[in-house]
Design a protein around this ligand. Structure first.
Ligand code: HEC
Ligand code: HEC
Length: 197
């Protein structure tokens, strides 16, 4: 999924994959439940002695044990308020990659509340790490840049966090070599050397 950093940043841009999946699952659940009921009643009518062997209605919608549902965010100030937990997770993962950091670069760790793996859980709605607020400013800045870039109406290339950060929390200084412009024109290739293609 590509996060778009522009002024009309909107959750509507996300494909409704999550919602659709939910609908599918709930339809599946309902039909499974209906089938179970029907099967059960048929069994009861035909043979009272035989216990109904209806499939467990819940199986279809039971998520795999690993996948914990992403809770809906409560403290969004720059991202759209209706951003779902899943969308947020994807955006956050992109920020991790763009800045070459882990989630705790911006989010406070709850050192008294450990995951099964022994790592502290994160207090994601908490705003005490300055990096989190910097990231908010950065998000707005990126939107403003893209507004300007959009007015040029060129290739549609968007600036993202990674455009500047390139895998570093603090963007590395870039100094173009001033020598390049002062260098005398390249000598013409000597006879016998094949110019590179
Ligand atoms: C570069 C800083 C940064 C990194 C890295 C980052 N986040 Fe965030 N996160 C933010 C900011 C800023 C917000 C608030 C956005 C807003 O105000 O709209 C946020 C919000 C959240 C929220 C919503 C909290 C709430 O209830 O409002 C969750 C959950 C979250 N992040 C999880 C994560 C996870 C998980 C990771 C790692 C995969 C991560 N974040 C990495 C900056 C970051
Ligand atoms: C136009 C370039 C540019 C873009 C785009 C950009 N940043 Fe930055 N960002 C910077 C610069 C430059 C700094 C360093 C400022 C300083 O020296 O304190 C910085 C600093 C930060 C910091 C603080 C780092 C620290 O050392 O504490 C965070 C966090 C951050 N950016 C997050 C983001 C996120 C998240 C995005 C995308 C939503 C983003 N930035 C987009 C240029 C950019």
């Amino acid at each position: 999924m590509n996060v778009e950093y522009n002024s009309d940043y909107s959750a509507a841009k996300y494909p409704n994959v999550v919602r659709n999946l939910f609908m599918k699952l709930s339809t599946l659940y309902l039909s499974a439940a209906a089938t179970a009921l029907l099967t059960a009643s048929v069994f009861i009518v035909t043979t009272v002695a035989q216990a109904p062997q209806a499939p467990a209605a819940g199986t279809a919608s039971t998520p795999p044990p690993q996948a914990r549902p992403n809770r809906a965010p409560t403290n969004l100030q720059v991202l759209p308020k209706d951003t779902t937990g899943q969308q947020l997770r994807e955006i956050m993962a992109q920020w991790n990659g763009a800045l070459g950091v882990q989630c705790n670069a911006c989010h406070t760790e709850d050192t008294k509340n450990l995951n099964p793996n022994g790592k502290s859980r994160l207090l994601c709605a908490d705003d005490s790490k300055p990096e989190k607020n910097t990231a908010r400013t950065m998000f707005k800045l990126t939107g403003t840049i893209n507004q300007c870039v959009g007015k040029i109406g060129s290739t549609g290339t968007q600036v993202s966090c990674g455009t500047c950060h390139r895998g570093h929390l603090t963007p590395e200084a870039f100094a173009a070599s001033p020598v390049a412009e002062l260098r005398p024109p390249q000598a013409t290739p000597t006879a016998g050397t094949t110019p590179e293609k």
